[in-house]
Design a protein around this ligand. Sequence first.
Ligand code: SF4
Ligand code: SF4
Ligand code: SF4
Length: 215
Amino acid sequence: MDTTNRRKFLINAGRAACGLALGGIAFRVVSSNLNEDTAGPLTRHAWQIDPLKCKACDKCKTMCVRTPSAVKAVNDQKKCSFCVVCYGHITNKHIASEKIMTEGKRVCPMDAVIRIDYSGRPDGYFIYEIDDDKCDGCGKCVEYCTKRGTKSMFLIIRPDLCLNCNSCNIAISCPEKAVDKVFIGSEDEFKGIWELEKDDPSIKNFNYSGRKEQG
Ligand code: SF4
Ligand code: SF4
Ligand code: SF4
């Protein structure tokens, strides 16, 4: 995608993100790998999860009509504390930093929480991201991060994966009534792969070399 198109998409996506504000939290959108094959149907509305109501049960994984589910976990880097030990990553929090990757007991059954060394020191800063390809939306990392961490992890229904069913099976099943249909903007604004913002100046210098798309 050339620069002009990318900027146009980000502006459009930004507008759409405002429409995804539920419970006072707006999902910011960043990256724009448009994919005609996986993008959802054109629509002015999308099903979305209110993170303030969601209790991270496993219904988002099992009740979506898609397998794997259209629901994925995300980690909001603006709220994350970049801890040496992440509550959404491992449960044995007293382990030495250098042993975490080999001996840390993973919260995620799919081992989808990625730990990236940012500072180059074992007691420094670590970025935590979710591997979309592995995540099945079970909500375990969200549950632990919400109970013991900074509540930076939460679940979203990915618009590019969601079939935008007339009646969302998760919304019907959700015990917290946390899923609702929200306005996201005009038809040409609703496409693409959605992620949390990575272009923010406060996180601009972070080393994303561990990201899979960069090899
Ligand atoms: S079904 Fe409702 S409470 Fe359970 S994970 Fe999904 S949105 Fe959260
Ligand atoms: S714990 Fe569940 S929701 Fe969190 S990254 Fe792993 S599969 Fe996804
Ligand atoms: S609208 Fe359909 S595809 Fe989308 S999250 Fe709900 S059940 Fe899954």
